[in-house]
Design a protein around this ligand. Structure first.
Ligand SMILES: O=C(O)c1ccccc1NCC(=O)[C@H](O)[C@H](O)COP(=O)(O)O
Length: 219
């Protein structure tokens, strides 16, 4: 199966190199000061230029104001904006129109009830990121290494491209893809040696495991 992989939370040149070498499709930069993966606009600018053609650069922001978006979009060679906060569908539409970039909206899922918000976002964004809902009181709205019950979305029909995230690892990603039918997956903690420390070996293992999902083993 042709599964596209996003590796999120890159903060060093070696991370970009590992992601490109592994064959991932997306590289994510986190702009959220409380995160161990946070990068400044200057760091992201320098990392983005290292990405080869074909590796899409994603800026992850949380309830951003226009000043932050102006700075990121004006100074970093970004291809996609990922909104990972409580942005309303109206705000998503406004950001999409103001910056002229594809927008991926993250939606946190813990129970079937959480799926109710999907259609409103599907109407206004380019892609949906279906992530595990962060626990109440968590410092981070994402990147917590938690999975949700994938059966909640198994067989769902989507009106937009979508990506599966939350607690994925090299060991479980193939099963997650097979169960949900995801053709795109996103990972952060599952390819780290410690919070914020990406591991090139795990990145390669993850991409290979995701891309081998659904493959018929050779006899
Ligand atoms: O990764 C972060 O530190 C982060 C901070 C603030 C908002 C979102 C964040 N990450 C979101 C991602 O895109 C992650 O890749 C996604 O939530 C999956 O994370 P993980 O379960 O750690 O693989």
């Amino acid at each position: 199966m042709d599964v596209k992989v996003k590796i999120c939370g890159l903060s060093k040149p070696a991370d970009v190199e590992a992601v490109a070498k592994a064959g991932a499709a997306y590289a994510g930069f986190v702009f959220f000061p409380k995160s161990p993966r946070n990068v400044s606009v200057e760091q992201a600018r320098d990392l983005a230029v290292l990405a080869p053609v074909g590796l899409a650069k994603v800026a992850l922001v949380v309830n951003p104001d226009n000043a932050l978006l102006d700075e990121i979009c004006g100074r970093v060679a970004i291809d996609i904006l990922q909104l990972h906060g409580e942005e309303s569908p109206e705000r998503v539409a406004e950001i999409r129109s103001r910056y002229g970039l594809p927008v991926m909206k993250a939606v946190g899922v813990a129970t079937a009830e959480d799926l109710g918000q999907l259609p409103a976002y599907e109407r206004v964004c380019d892609q949906i990121l279906v992530d595990a809902k962060a626990p109440k009181g968590a410092d981070l709205p994402g990147g917590n290494g938690l999975a949700f019950d994938w059966r909640l979305i198994a067989g769902r029909r989507w009106s937009r491209p979508w990506m599966l995230a939350g607690g994925l690892t090299p060991d479980n990603v193939a099963r997650a893809v097979e169960l949900t039918g995801a053709t795109q997956v996103d990972v952060s903690s599952g390819v780290e040696s410690a919070p914020g420390q990406k591991n090139a070996g795990l990145i390669a293992e993850f991409v290979s495991a995701a891309q081998s999902a659904g493959a018929i083993p050779e006899l």
